[in-house]
Write a protein that binds this ligand. Structure first.
Ligand code: HEC
Length: 109
């Protein structure tokens, strides 16, 4: 039992250090989450504009990948009007914070 608890603590430490290695602060992200949960917080949700898109689950993805994706929406390299508008409103720091939050949030979101 003790060993299992240590293992869980070790995994949690690795997961959170991985997230903060990107310079993101998961706590700071909470202020901006209201912009995301309308779409990303609903399992299996599909947006109807501009056409039907499945909304990807962000929780548990790598922070570096999430930042890269947000930058790609902002630059127009990734084409999705709603995500582009969202990404354009975020600073680099906010992207890093949100990525750190979702990377450490597990599979639920
Ligand atoms: C209007 C609904 C909507 C809102 C609001 C929204 N998203 Fe998205 N998001 C989507 C959809 C739909 C996609 C998939 C688009 C595509 O196919 O490229 C997506 C894709 C993403 C991706 C890429 C995921 C991957 O697996 O490649 C990231 C990262 C992301 N969103 C982060 C955010 C963050 C952070 C916020 C809040 C600041 C946010 N989104 C707000 C609908 C939304």
């Amino acid at each position: 039992m003790q060993g299992r608890r240590l293992l869980i603590a070790a995994i949690a430490a690795v997961a959170s250090s991985g997230a903060t290695a990107q310079g993101g602060d998961p706590e700071a992200a909470r202020e901006h989450l209201s912009m995301c949960i309308g779409c990303h917080g609903i399992p299996g949700y599909r947006t109807a504009f501009p056409e039907v898109y499945p909304v990807p689950k962000l929780g548990g993805q790598h922070a570096a990948y999430l930042v890269r994706a947000l930058q790609a929406y902002r630059s127009g390299e990734r084409m999705h009007p709603s995500m582009r508008a969202v990404a354009e409103s975020l600073t680099d720091q906010q992207m890093a914070d949100l990525a750190a939050y979702y990377a450490s949030a597990g599979g639920g979101q």
